[in-house]
Design a protein around this ligand. Structure first.
Ligand code: ZN
Length: 151
């Protein structure tokens, strides 16, 4: 990744951190989950309003580091209006992108703006920060009853 792009990506992450999208509890939410990343102290609640199979609204609350918050913010922006199946498919792609080995090429064509987070795989401790909101969203979609934690 060249320096200009890296800088642009960093700016996008800082922007989402400072002005998180959908940073609120969803009114009339019918799905909720809470997730923790004890390693970093990130803690988010994700709420969803499902209309049949479609994510009509999604929001998040809580606190965390810049990466975790930016990832949660981008996730809510990306998932609003998507179906459950599309949300899961995007989760798979983002998960693949975040957990790939350093130096391994990555097809970011399916993740849209979330490609901003592609560089996070170079910082293994940050991968958990970036994936926390996604795991929390999955628990909200398909509850297992287990506490969502990255440990
Ligand atoms: Zn974090």
């Amino acid at each position: 990744m060249n320096g200009d792009i890296r800088e642009l990506y960093q700016e996008m992450i800082m922007d989402h951190n400072k002005n998180p999208r959908n940073f609120r509890a969803v009114k009339d939410a019918n799905r909720n989950a809470e997730g923790y990343n004890p390693l970093c102290g990130d803690h988010f609640k994700v709420s969803l309003l499902m209309d049949g199979d479609v994510i009509k609204d999604i929001g998040f609350e809580g606190a965390g580091c810049a990466i975790s918050k930016a990832s949660a913010s981008m996730m809510t922006a990306a998932l609003k209006g998507k179906t459950r199946r599309e949300a899961k498919a995007l989760f798979e792609e983002v998960h693949k992108m975040l957990s790939r080995k350093i130096g391994e090429p990555c097809d970011v064509s399916k993740v849209g703006k979330l490609a901003t987070l592609a560089g996070v795989c170079e910082f293994p401790a940050r991968v958990k920060c970036a994936s926390l909101a996604w795991h929390t969203m999955c628990e909200a979609l398909d509850p297992t009853g287990k506490q969502v934690t990255t440990e």
